[in-house]
Design a protein around this ligand. Sequence first.
Ligand code: PRP
Length: 210
Amino acid sequence: MESITPVRIALTKGRLETEAIQIFEKAGLDCSELKDKGRKLIFHDRKNNIDFVLVKAADVLTYVEHGAADIGIVGKDTLMEMNKDCYEVLDLKVGKCKFALASLPEFKLYEGCNRKKIASKYPNVTRNYFRDKGMDVEIIKIEGSVELAPILGLADAIVDIVETGTTLKENGLVVFEDICSVSARMIVNRASMKLRKDEITGIIDKVKNL
Ligand code: PRP
């Protein structure tokens, strides 16, 4: 039996938005309101009793963890950084990129006894990466355009996501080490998975079987 409250899906604004919409359309969901969005924040698929919301990546996790959204689409990069409590149910295999350590070509990670400074939008990912290496580094949190940090002398290197490699290349930086692959994931609120199991597994299966 269909619940009265729609299942709510939080999508990440920006890079992943178009690919997520394409996936849900192929899965038979009505995304017409999402494709003609204007300044609206909530979009309805009345036929399937689903509401979509578009929010920033970190907020997708917050909405899903608190149950304000049942399902979320978010990058593995944000999941790794924020370590929130929810189920990661599907790798959507879109929004593919990687975490990498990058800097100017003359950078030497293992030379010199000074504590290296690493700038990143992802301090937790950076901390875990260097902890696994047994290296003590100073992490400098940056909000964007991280590639500037080694150029301006703020940091020795950066940990960031690399998709096409264009930003690194155009700013004269190179990858020193690949850290791990990243792609878009479907996440589900823990209580929703139990209370709305049929509807949610129905959506997961539709996407999984594309
Ligand atoms: C991301 C990332 C890199 C760039 C990588 O930044 O932090 O800067 O994309 O993509 P590329 O390898 O295809 O060039 P984003 O565009 O999100 O901007 P921001 O860092 O200014 O937030």
